[in-house]
Design a protein around this ligand. Structure first.
Ligand code: UD1
Ligand code: MG
Length: 484
């Protein structure tokens, strides 16, 4: 095993009681089997990168300053994607196997008595299970503790060779490609989650070799190496085999995504929301929903969206990173991004609320209305075929059908202000910057280019002319021409 100089930003051990524990998350691999240009651990399930799930579970067990993410393939992208978690990063510039990943992190990890090693591509792991590995490892006084699972179909995973069926002690882990005849029947698999005492780990890790199918340094070979050195290697079997499922292929990623989303729906329902057909909805991990809110089929709730109580989100709505108050009705086909909707508002069908939209209490936004950087005050209505951009609209305003704020002059965006109680007639164009004073009326089909004082009527259109009998005469003329 080559010695590699580590690059870490570790801040040293936190001692919890008797011994200090670090967590190392292996996340440097490319993920060849996904056939993707993106690094494996940034593939998303439940709306979050694989690695973000594992970090979230890890940081519930030890503080972020004791967590080391081992990154390599597209390291900068991976680091940026999870930078807000404040964990440390170790660079494994060349990915020469899971054993090599741990060697590279050696300098940082040796400061601790123990290290829990997690796989960055198994996002269902829970903090409870990580804590269980730690406690079992401590109680067993082991050099290596392996979390195992019994799977119906163990194909592809490393298999656990126990000393005897009843023993906690493990002789070796055998990778799929090295299985001897008969060993493929072993259903107990290596989850890729371990605890090690750092002293024997780093004393023997340099003995790892690459005499295997991938010519890599396998961390799994530490089981046999430590046994040879008369160290204690034990296994703890998880009660929930799903928790350890890895995501090496697209099909596995989709299966994990579905599992996480269904679990999220069940959690939301347990807290009092109704999700009518969960299998048709796409609900990300961080969504919050209040009690008695109903989510109809084929709804997507993405990012950090929060929805209050007693709301109804009707079918085909896609809502990302938005906040919705209580008793709100979102009618079918609404698209909403980084917007806020206050209590009792009604939105849709087919409304498009773009970033920076703030809809006030009991306001209505109707079909084919698009908003961007808009405040619509309490009780105001924009019900049909309207574009409102860069507008500050007061309370009890009626925005007539087909109203357009002309906010863009080709270079800059300009503001439209509409004060309380204004009535904007249908088919009006408001050329910004412009201000409509309190209680004013805009006649239908007006093009408003100048400010309108409060309580006045503004008309910005040509006067209607009527030519009596013109149509009858025209038709007679045309008929005469045809008869010639
Ligand atoms: C690994 C185990 C296998 C176990 C399975 C559980 C080994 C040799 N095999 O196989 O016994 O059943 O996990 O899911 O460990 N990584 C690095 N640097 C590297 C190589 C990998 O950081 O040089 C990371 C990967 O990004 C990944 C994790 O380590 O997050 C596991 O690697 P992966 O290639 O997925 O191993 P498996 O084939 O799944
Ligand atoms: Mg894997």
């Amino acid at each position: 095993m080559p010695k590699t100089k580590p690059k870490t930003s570790g801040s040293g051990p936190t001692t919890t009681g008797r011994a200090s524990f670090a967590i190392a998350i292996m996340a440097a691999g490319k993920g060849t089997r996904l056939k993707s240009k993106h690094p494996k651990v940034l593939h998303e399930v439940g709306g979050k990168p694989l690695l973000a799930h594992v970090i979230a579970a890890a940081t519930r067990v030890v503080p972020a300053r004791d967590v080391y993410a081992i990154i390599g393939h597209e390291a900068e992208r991976v680091r940026r994607a999870v930078a807000d978690t404040e964990v440390n990063f170790v660079l494994q510039a060349e990915q020469r196997g899971t054993g090599h990943a741990v060697v590279v992190a050696g300098e940082a990890l040796k400061k601790y008595d123990h290290v829990l090693v997690l796989s960055g591509d198994a996002p269902l792991i829970s903090s409870t299970t990580i804590a269980k590995i730690r406690d079992f490892h401590r109680a067993e006084n082991a050099a290596m503790t392996i979390l195992t699972a019994r799977l119906e179909d163990p194909t592809g995973y490393g298999r656990i060779i126990r000393k005897s069926a009843k023993s906690d002690e493990v002789e070796a882990i055998v990778e799929q490609k090295s299985l001897q005849r008969g060993q493929e029947k072993i259903r107990e698999i290596n989850s890729g989650f371990y605890a090690f005492r750092t002293e024997p780990l780093f004393q023997h890790i340099s003995d790892l070799g690459t005499d295997n199918a991938h010519h890599e340094f396998y961390l799994t070979d530490m089981a046999a190496l430590l046994r040879k050195a008369h160290e204690r290697v034990v296994a703890i079997e998880t009660g929930d085999p799903k928790e350890v499922l890895g995501s090496n292929t697209r099909a596995e990623l989709v299966a994990l995504d579905q599992h996480l989303r269904m679990a999220k729906c069940l959690e939301l329902m347990a807290a009092g929301a109704t999700i009518q057909y969960p299998a048709t909805c796409v609900i990300d991990s961080d969504i919050e929903i209040g009690s008695d809110t109903v989510i109809e089929p084929f709804v997507q709730l993405l990012g950090r969206t929060r929805i209050g109580s007693d709301c109804r989100i009707r079918s085909y709505s896609v809502i990302s990173n938005s906040e919705i108050g209580d008793e709100v009705l979102i009618r079918p086909g609404t698209v909403m991004d980084r917007s806020r909707v206050a209590d009792r508002a009604i939105i849709g069908p087919y409304s498009h609320l773009r970033p920076g939209t703030e809809i006030g209490e009991s306001a209505h936004v109707g079909n084919f209305v698009e908003t961007k950087q808009v405040k619509l005050g309490k009780g105001s209505r924009a019900n049909h075929l309207t574009y409102l951009g860069n507008a500050d609209i007061g309370a009890d305003v009626n925005v007539g059908a087909g109203t357009i704020t002309c906010n863009y002059d080709g270079v800059n965006k300009h503001q439209t202000t509409i004060e309380d109680g204004v009535f904007v007639g249908s088919d009006s164009t408001l050329v910004a910057p412009v201000k409509i004073g309190k209680g004013a009326y805009i006649g239908a089909a007006s093009c408003i280019t100048e400010d309108v004082p409060a309580e006045s009527l503004a008309l910005g259109r040509s006067r209607q002319t009527v030519k009596q009998g013109w149509a009858r005469e025209k038709r007679a003329q045309m008929a005469a021409q045809k008869a010639k």
